[in-house]
Design a protein around this ligand. Structure first.
Ligand SMILES: [Zn+2]
Length: 364
């Protein structure tokens, strides 16, 4: 579907008999954009939302669709995923169809409430306005004849209010963006509601917000039909854990890219707690005399992929430090075959480490 958009723009002009340029508004801007027209099979239903309005006793439901890695909504929704009329106090939340010719010109600026285009006053060179209009068009598609717009993925957030101890409280709510004032751990994906509630319960218990317990979520219910459309995960769920490994496995860990950083004397639980959330392998060592329950652990930290110089040609490469190479040196991809020629696989490994771990590492 092609649409012509009419717009204002500004130009810097030096009028006749003048020396200094000034900004002049022109109103003959026109750009053609195309809006994808799809059928329901191309953009399947990803999330079904149902709920009731906060401000009145009325239920609502709508479906978000999935196309090109983006969620699309048939209605205007607010930050809490509740339908919101485009005009204050009215129920006109369904997006209107785009006309063949869309005129954004409002006085000296570009503005259109019906189709939600907000321009600014001041200097707006033609190229800038055209880029804005193309970006605006990218947020529109038509599915089975009804206009849809790109929306952000719903996510749960754990919020606290007030000074704790039931002054304010703790709550689980839905949001459409990340607030940088909140910790990343406060956000949960649509399939992590249980985890969000238990995290919020912990927070409320710590703060003494007893009136917020038992923790409940009040907001629209999201039924995930297409799990791939849910991309947000709580970082706690993705967190790596430190791990205890048996005595004598240090060479094995080294081949996996770990390197001994230090040794500690601790109980099993104590050692795990010490390195919780870090990519660390704790290799059992000897039991320690005079410290019951404690034993020695070799703390092996996963080496970062970093810039190394090739030990063969001197070129720059990326890899992990191998304990049999000088610090800062590794093998570059071009030299692998050359260096392997006259070596047994065992000796090659002992010299250079493991392919994919220490050299020739995949780009993340
Ligand atoms: Zn090389």
């Amino acid at each position: 579907m092609h649409i012509s958009v009419l717009f204002n723009y500004t130009e810097s002009v030096i009028p006749p008999r003048c020396r200094k340029p000034r900004t002049v508004t022109r109103n003959d801007g026109k750009v053609d954009v195309s809006i994808p027209v799809l059928n329901g099979d191309q953009a399947p239903v990803a999330i079904r939302a149902t709920g009731s309005f906060r401000g009145r006793d009325q239920a609502f439901s709508y479906e978000l669709r999935w196309w090109e890695g983006q969620l699309w909504s048939p209605i205007s929704i607010d930050y809490a995923f509740e339908p919101r009329g485009r005009t204050t106090g009215q129920d006109n939340w369904e997006w209107p169809e785009l006309p063949e010719i869309l005129d954004l010109r409002q006085g000296g600026r570009n503005l259109c409430h019906t189709y939600d285009f907000q321009g600014t006053y001041g200097s707006n060179p033609r190229e800038d306005v055209e880029a804005d209009i193309h970006a605006f068009a990218k947020r529109h598609i038509v599915i089975d004849g009804s206009p849809h717009r790109a929306v952000a993925e719903p996510r749960y957030q754990v919020l606290t209010f007030g000074l704790s101890g039931n002054h304010g409280g703790t709550a689980v709510m839905v949001a459409n963006c990340f607030n940088i004032n909140l910790k990343a751990e406060s956000y949960f994906g649509l399939q992590e509601l249980e985890a969000a509630l238990s995290y919020a319960t912990q927070v409320a218990e710590k703060r003494g917000d007893t009136k917020s317990l038992p923790m409940r979520y009040s907001g629209p219910t999201f039924d995930v039909v297409l799990p791939e459309a849910v991309t947000i995960r709580n970082p706690l769920a993705l967190r790596v854990h430190s791990k205890i490994c048996e005595f004598g496995t240090a060479p094995e860990q080294a081949l996996a890219g770990y390197k001994i950083a230090t040794t500690i004397v601790e109980t099993e639980e104590g050692a795990l707690a010490l390195y919780d959330g870090q990519d660390v392998r704790l290799v059992r060592g000897a039991a320690v005399f005079g410290a019951p329950g404690k034993q020695e652990f070799a703390v092996m930290v996963r080496q970062p992929v970093r810039r190394l110089l090739c030990s063969c040609c001197g070129g720059v490469t990326r890899g992990r430090q191998w304990n049999n190479r000088d610090d800062g040196y590794g093998l570059c991809v071009l030299c692998i075959d050359f260096c392997r020629r006259n070596e047994t696989p065992e000796r090659f490994q002992s010299l250079y480490g493991v392919r994919g771990v220490h050299f020739d590492v995949p780009v993340a």
